[in-house]
Design a protein around this ligand. Structure first.
Ligand SMILES: N[C@@H](CCC(=O)N[C@@H](CS)C(=O)NCC(=O)O)C(=O)O
Length: 208
């Protein structure tokens, strides 16, 4: 399978998920500004919506939308626990989180990255994010991950979104449970690997 990604973008979530599952995906780096794939291909031809992530299956079929992609990946290895079994209440809870993250967090961040967004709107988006972080901080009290002890695909997504607070100069220290969650996920070996592969962290040198 191939994963079209842009370093540090929301595509890092399926990238982490693939590594956590031990599924090998060929990474295809996309220049999101120029809509070009690293091999020179026109990204519009890959995804008519013009955004990452895109998962290309071995059949050539392409799947878009991060929350759908991570569930597809997790369902390839149901024993991993990265997504509870389809049809169970636990699965709907996971989908509840994924939808919250995509609509209430991810899409509040998006305009902050656009240079053309008016400052007044950025202030409102940051206020909205702060409200959602208050909720997340409450929900993470006494928990390692969003659904409890088990790391799931929703945690990979939240981790990536929480990383965006740094370039946006939002201080996560205001939400200590969320900050602790971010550090917990960052310490996972597969998460480090994914970040290194995207050039977001220096590669670890082998001990000599
Ligand atoms: N609804 C999509 C949104 C994906 C998205 O916002 N991708 C961003 C990176 S995080 C992107 O590629 N943006 C490029 C653009 O809008 O030009 C999903 O959840 O996968």
């Amino acid at each position: 399978m191939k994963l079209y990604y842009a370093p540090g973008a929301c595509s890092l979530s399926p990238h982490i998920v693939a590594r956590e599952l031990g599924i090998n995906v060929e990474l295809k780096k996309v220049n999101n500004k120029e809509k070009k794939v690293e091999d020179g291909a026109d990204f519009w031809q890959v995804n008519g919506k013009g955004y990452v992530p895109v998962l290309e299956l071995d059949s050539g079929e392409r799947l878009t939308e991060g929350p759908a992609i991570v569930q597809y990946l997790a369902d390839q290895k149901p024993e991993s626990g990265l997504a509870p079994k389809n049809g169970t209440m636990e699965r709907y809870r996971l989908q509840e989180w994924l939808n919250f993250l995509t609509s209430e967090i991810h899409k509040q961040f998006s305009p902050l990255f656009r240079p053309t967004t008016p400052e007044e709107y950025k202030t409102i988006a940051k206020e909205n994010l702060a409200k959602r972080f208050d909720w997340l901080n409450q929900q993470l009290a006494g928990k390692d991950y969003l659904t409890g002890k088990q790391f799931t695909v929703a945690d990979a997504y939240l981790f990536v979104l929480s990383n965006w607070t740094r370039p946006m100069q939002i201080d996560l220290a205001k939400w200590p449970n969320l900050q602790a969650f971010q550090k917990r996920v960052a310490a996972r070996p597969k998460v480090k690997e994914a970040m290194q592969a995207e050039g977001l962290l220096p590669k670890e040198q082998p001990a000599t």
